[in-house]
Unconditional design. Structure first.
Length: 245
């Protein structure tokens, strides 16, 4: 549960920005893709009120279990669904708004996935998603810049490969969303300060526990993995914030 709290503290400000942009109104129905442990879906349910509804979809039963336990008394308009949003047969035109906080970068086929999601939203509905822009996310850039002289740079795969970097190219994101049937696509950079941990050791432990961190260090000499950069080697700007499109 500690990591759940950490991730929520990191991602929460971007979820707030996303929900503000979605302009949810009382009585509307909202669908969140990749809802994880449910905080954003629950907040969406609060914003649409008892006359509306919020549905959170995720493929992780464990995360959905946490989400269900987080639903407080007085909130009975939220539903969590274990499903793959890329292919799930949503009823046509069911939702007024589709939202996703860092949940769309892992689609195997982005165009097909957004086409399926577009089927679920009414014709004049809204799509608002937040996705990382790693080159502009300082906590990503600083961490890997510190490691690169010793263990090299991470292999992020080919451009657009499913993963956290899939929509780093805003032009590709726009193209994929439009191919799914959405129109009037606008990208907006969102930058917020985030807290990664209690101290340097806590932050390093967290970053190296991530899949990208593990892959970067896999097979590297132990001496290089354990080495800490000297003061002169550290990036001059270490204020951690996150970027999202």
């Amino acid at each position: 549960m500690r990591e759940t709290g950490r991730i929520e503290a990191m991602n929460g400000p971007f979820g707030e920005a996303m929900l503000d942009a979605a302009r949810l109104e009382p009585g509307e129905r909202a669908l969140e893709v990749g809802c994880g442990t449910g905080a954003t879906t629950i907040e969406a349910a609060r914003r649409v009120g008892p006359a509306g509804a919020a549905v959170g979809v995720d493929i992780s039963a464990a995360m959905l279990g946490v989400a269900q336990r987080r639903v407080g008394d007085g909130i009975d308009n939220v539903v969590f669904l274990e499903a793959d949003a890329q292919v799930y047969p949503f009823d046509e035109g069911t939702f007024d708004a589709l939202i996703s906080r860092f949940g769309t970068m892992f689609f195997d086929d982005g165009e097909a996935a957004f086409a399926n999601l577009g089927h679920a939203v009414r014709p004049d509905g809204r799509l608002v998603i937040a996705c990382p822009n790693p080159p502009k996310s300082q906590w990503v850039a600083v961490a890997f810049a510190a490691a690169a002289p010793h263990v090299g740079v991470p292999d992020v795969g080919p451009p657009g490969a499913p993963g956290p970097f899939a929509f780093a190219d805003g032009e590709r994101l726009t193209r994929v969303v439009k191919a799914g049937g959405f129109r009037d696509v606008t990208l907006e950079a969102v930058t917020r300060p985030i807290r990664l941990g209690d101290d340097a050791d806590d932050v390093v432990a967290f970053i190296t526990s991530l899949r990208e961190g593990r892959e970067l260090l896999a097979g590297k000499p132990e001496a290089k993995v354990a080495r800490r950069p000297t003061l002169s080697e550290r990036p001059s700007n270490v204020m951690p914030d996150g970027g999202a499109s």
